[in-house]
Write a protein that binds this ligand. Structure first.
Ligand code: MTE
Length: 306
């Protein structure tokens, strides 16, 4: 995906240049490791139980899930974010949950990891750009965290704010997107049992490039709805203007439900390329989760609310 005001030809050479510079900086930092205090250790995840919400499809290999994706804070290239993302520290980490709630609270990542039993959920993951994967995420329903703060009746939407640190993220400070990366869900979407707070992948701690230490997976929506490295969750009354809506409002809507009948203005959404496969597949309505989520949108014009 791209923001319209900047053509790839304008940004790519400089992005590449800066990524190389960042790589060198990281490499230099690593060589100083002996004299720096060690980073706080990241503990292993508790065992995850299998979930009935998993799809019966073979997961995409770990090397593909961790080796291809989008993380614009680090790079606008599908693999360029991986190296630089390793420099990000994920401990200590805390998530502020605030806004229209009775009991706002800041959760340390250690507490978040123990808040509910971990589950392995094998979900379809469809990017708005037309590629897809099958991902064995580890996490638990976001609702388990959200309930802790007792949302007020006036809360209608939930915002998710990602980490933004110019010291390790080369694109913060560039006008690629309006930072920090902001996403949002309607309250009923956020509380839906499929909406997963993700802390792991393939049974292990989430790799930095996939959004460590915690990100969201909303499997019936395009991948950009799942913000990475979340630091703040805010209950609000009105629908938020998300990072991609600000960048290109006619291309990326608030709902972003996977819908093969509503094309992106610049490409069709009818089919997708499953990473590792040759032939394209038909994209399924709500990414194959229609039975579980179609009722959330009953009576809505999905061309208008795309
Ligand atoms: N979250 C942040 N903070 N920054 C991003 O650039 N990219 C989004 C989403 N979450 C993005 C993000 C997009 S476009 C997709 S498709 C998914 O992350 C990709 O996640 P993956 O790399 O784990 O597949």
């Amino acid at each position: 995906m791209s923001t319209r005001p900047i053509a790839p030809s304008e940004i790519t050479p400089r992005a590449l240049f800066d990524e190389r510079r960042e790589f060198l900086r990281v490499a230099a930092g690593l060589s100083l490791g002996a004299v720096l205090p060690p980073a706080a250790a990241v503990e292993k995840l508790a065992p995850a139980r299998k979930s009935p919400y998993s799809v019966g499809e073979s997961p995409t290999p770990f090397k593909d899930i961790s080796g291809y994706g989008n993380y614009y804070e680090f790079s606008s290239d599908k693999t360029g974010h991986i190296g630089p993302a390793q420099a990000m520290k994920t401990r200590p980490w805390a998530v502020v949950v605030e806004g229209l709630v009775a009991k706002p609270k800041t959760f340390a990542i250690e507490d978040i990891l123990r808040l509910a039993p971990l589950e392995e959920r094998i979900y379809r993951h469809r990017c708005v750009e037309g590629w897809s994967m099958v991902v064995p995420w580890v996490g638990y329903p976001l609702a388990a965290l959200l309930r802790q703060v007792e949302p007020l009746g006036s809360a209608k939407y939930v915002e998710f704010v990602s980490h933004a640190d110019p010291a390790v993220m080369p694109n913060i400070g560039r006008r690629l997107l309006d930072w920090p990366y902001l996403e949002g869900l309607r309250l009923d979407e956020a509380m839906h049992p499929l909406t997963l707070l993700v802390v792991g992948l393939y049974g292990e701690v989430l790799p930095n490039q996939n959004g460590a230490p915690l990100r969201l997976a909303i499997p019936w929506k395009y991948g950009f709805k799942g913000g990475k490295a979340i630091v703040r969750i805010r209950f609000v009354e009105r629908q938020s203007e998300t990072a991609w809506m600000k960048a290109a409002p006619n291309e990326y809507g608030f709902y972003a439900n996977v819908n093969p009948t509503v094309d992106h203005p610049r490409w069709s959404q009818a089919r997708e390329r499953r990473i590792g496969e040759f032939r394209k597949r038909e994209t399924l309505m709500f990414n194959g989760y229609a039975d579980q989520v179609a009722h959330l949108y009953a009576g809505m014009d999905l061309r208008k609310f795309f």
